[in-house]
Design a protein around this ligand. Structure first.
Ligand SMILES: Nc1ncnc2c1ncn2[C@@H]1O[C@H](COP(=O)(O)OP(=O)(O)OP(=O)(O)O)[C@@H](O)[C@H]1O
Length: 228
């Protein structure tokens, strides 16, 4: 689903964010991405969604090299990816319905289809019947669920989450993780960037770890640690 080959990212100011990163997230796999603050987690996600471009190396999504993808093809790629943020990025002056419907409106779905899909997505995240509410009327955990409903409403093949539980207590964090599991069980590939080592420890998924822009735990690190 996602393959990085020798990917490096240097920001225009000269800041090295990623150095020769290699990894493969299989289709249908769920994994965590972790590392200290500034390790490069958000940058890695931004390369997948082409918010940023790699300085070197190859980024493959579904077998397509997207490092040099043309600007006009980026919306098509993004339609296959659901993105969830720590601060959910909801439009606070729009109803829950409008927020979740947004990706479908952009894609030009009919109102009837939009209603059906939004109701389905809200049902999946446990918010059925809250269409007319405004985000301000919801708890932090519910707001995060609206963001998740918006990310999955057009049934993307890949879900990316950047610190999705950052503002939530352990119980709500676990609920959100269980929700990701249900999407993963239905075949969606899921990559979750998080600092929350407690949460990672309680789940059985593979963990990709970045340290100062390098992916650790690969063969080279094992050799290095043996020679320490
Ligand atoms: N737009 C940018 N311009 C210049 N440098 C940047 C930019 N974005 C990130 N960086 C730098 O790249 C490095 C990696 O940042 P990134 O945000 O990817 O880390 P992170 O692991 O997501 O951190 P955090 O957990 O604190 O969000 C950091 O040194 C950061 O300062």
């Amino acid at each position: 689903m996602i393959r990085f080959e020798q990917v490096s990212k240097i920001y225009p100011g000269g800041q090295k964010a990623l150095t020769e990163v290699n990894f493969h997230l299989q289709r249908g796999e769920m994994a965590f991405l972790t590392g200290h603050s500034g390790a490069g987690k958000s940058t890695l996600l931004k390369l997948i969604t082409v918010i940023e471009r790699a300085s070197a190396g190859k980024v493959y999504i579904n077998g397509h090299d997207i490092a040099h993808i043309k600007r006009q093809h980026v919306p098509y790629l993004r339609r296959q990816i659901g993105m969830i943020f720590q601060n959910h990025h909801l439009l606070m002056d729009r109803s829950v319905f409008d927020n979740v419907a947004l990706p479908l409106v952009i894609e030009g779905f009919s109102l009837g289809e939009i209603r059906k899909r939004v109701a389905g997505a809200l049902d999946m995240v446990g918010l059925y019947g809250k269409e007319r509410h405004y985000p301000i009327m919801l708890s932090g955990g519910e707001q995060q669920r609206v963001g998740i409903a918006r990310a999955i409403v057009n049934k993307p093949a890949l879900l990316l989450a950047d610190e999705p539980t950052g503002n939530l207590d352990p119980k709500l964090s676990m609920d959100i993780l269980r929700l990701f599991e249900t999407f993963n069980d239905a075949g969606t590939s899921v990559l979750i960037a998080t600092h929350d080592l407690g949460l990672i420890a309680r789940m059985k998924y593979r963990t990709l770890t970045l340290r100062q822009g390098r992916m650790i735990g690969g063969e080279a690190d094992i050799v290095e640690s043996l020679s320490d």
